[in-house]
Ligand binder design. Structure first.
Ligand code: KMH
Ligand code: ZN
Length: 272
């Protein structure tokens, strides 16, 4: 197994400060959270930005401030979101690409998202992939449901997305693929040979799927974007607390952690 890459998804677009008082919101808070996650064992951050009052945003200037600050203080791989928040325009969602990130998320299909729809029609996905390719930003393909895998393979066949590809299974979104071991295995088996697979799962499913990823040779995404609790009834103190727990479990299971530099080699990214 490769060393374990831990990605910290710091804030997302769904949780609020009211629900989780420790949620980082401003670029400064995102930078501090990233530094703490690096110290706790993360090799990558998945980044959304928000305005001062916590409203989800994709303002390129907020992304620039966050990316610049994270790069100044850490060697983390920086992955920006192009999913943004449900309802954002196509242009807004591309805001993070203007911050010169290493990577960006790319969701190759639409999915019900609670009571809403996370809309990714085929032409939009092609435009996003083409923009990433032109800018040299490496996509992480986010798989929220089964049918997104063949859609991703089609993008690869068209030459819009690198092969064998970097995939992230995002399990347990209401409307998407459920967060259980059978589904994770089923999806992992359909990824191209040699692809890397990260697993994210929402809410109470985060911890068991983190452990599953460590044991099966996949990589881990954790963080407050996906789950605001440490355990039932106790909110997480920080993103770093969730990262540190994954690092401890990996250590007990004798799976070494990848440094950002090692993660760049595993993910075939340019070195920093
Ligand atoms: N906030 C979700 C609607 C991504 O970052 O690319 C989409 C999302 C996926 O979080
Ligand atoms: Zn996200």
């Amino acid at each position: 197994m490769d060393p374990l890459i831990i990605t910290a998804a710091l804030t997302g677009a769904e949780a609020t400060r009211e629900q989780q008082p420790n949620l980082p919101v401003t670029p400064e808070e995102l930078i501090e959270a990233a530094v703490a996650c690096r110290e706790a064992g993360a090799a990558m951050v998945h980044l959304h930005v928000r305005t001062e009052d916590g409203t989800p945003s994709s303002d390129p200037e907020l992304f620039r401030q966050a990316v610049r600050g994270i790069r100044a203080r850490t060697d983390l791989i920086v992955q920006v979101s192009t999913g943004g928040a449900v309802g954002m325009s196509e242009d807004e969602r591309l805001g993070g690409l203007l911050a010169n990130p290493d990577m960006a998320s790319l969701t190759p299909g639409s999915v019900n998202f609670g009571s809403e729809v996370f809309l990714n029609p085929p032409d939009l996905v092609r435009r996003f992939a083409a923009r990433m390719k032109a800018l040299g930003v490496v996509p992480e393909i986010e798989i929220f449901d089964h049918g997104m895998i063949p859609s991703a393979l089609a993008l690869q066949a068209e030459g819009l997305v690198p092969t064998p590809g970097l995939f992230d299974l995002v399990l347990g979104v209401p409307g998407g693929a459920p967060a259980n071991f059978e589904t994770a295995l089923l999806l992992m088996r359909q990824l191209p040979s040699g692809a890397t697979c990260t697993i994210a799962a929402v809410g109470r499913h985060q911890l068991p799927l983190n452990a599953f990823a460590i044991l099966t040779g996949a990589h881990v995404r954790t963080g407050l974007e996906d789950n605001i609790y440490y355990r039932a009834g106790r909110k997480a103190a920080s993103n770093a607390e969730l990262v540190a727990r994954v690092a401890r479990i990996a250590q007990e299971l004798e799976r070494p952690l990848a440094s950002p530099e090692e993660a760049r080699t595993i993910l075939r990214l340019a070195s920093s």
